[in-house]
Design a protein around this ligand. Sequence first.
Ligand SMILES: C[S@@+](CC[C@H](N)C(=O)[O-])C[C@H]1O[C@@H](n2cnc3c(N)ncnc32)[C@H](O)[C@@H]1O
Length: 195
Amino acid sequence: MKQILYLVLTWLLNKLGGGNLALLNFMITLVNEFVVKAMMKEACNTPSGSFVEIGVYQGGTAQHITSLAEQQGRDVFLYDTFTGIPHKDIVDVHEIGDFTDTSFELISDLFSYARVIPGIFPNSAVEMDHVAFVHLDCDQYRSIIESVNYLKPLMVKGGVMWFDDYGLLAGATKAVHELFGENIETITGKAVVRF
Ligand SMILES: C[S@@+](CC[C@H](N)C(=O)[O-])C[C@H]1O[C@@H](n2cnc3c(N)ncnc32)[C@H](O)[C@@H]1O
């Protein structure tokens, strides 16, 4: 019920704003505002480059990322399968197909400024260079390993990767440790890696 209300309100605000994403900052969100604020502060201060999100679902964090990208004149790439979780390893908590209650059409309609790309990342990757900030919110071990391995060479000096599921989901935590070992900083309990 809360999610349906959220989707209707998001759609209505975007329509009323004629695509002006600044309006969306006033909407109700399912994500923790304290964490989002800290994350956006990091993104805001990165050098010139694109923003990328892996794991959009219903756009809870994408609204903030897209809004800031628009304000700062950056490109923004939003990736999701839009058919739910694609992989499950033994360490993972979520099941294949969790998070299906969203759609490519809904997210494309909400975030007209962003480039919304459906499919399993990184197979779905479009051309991107100079990536300044990545929000990895794709939950599962394999998704994180493959996403980071693809994105790492694209990161600008001073760029940041933010891992939402670190410390919350075993697969995500294991992946971040394997990928970055000691080079992890934590902010509001989330893992942050600087390039
Ligand atoms: C927890 S949800 C994202 C939540 C969202 N950031 C928010 O603010 O509400 C996780 C999403 O990651 C997506 N996902 C997981 N692995 C993926 C992959 N390899 N490629 C694309 N999307 C993936 C799932 O489809 C799901 O929608």
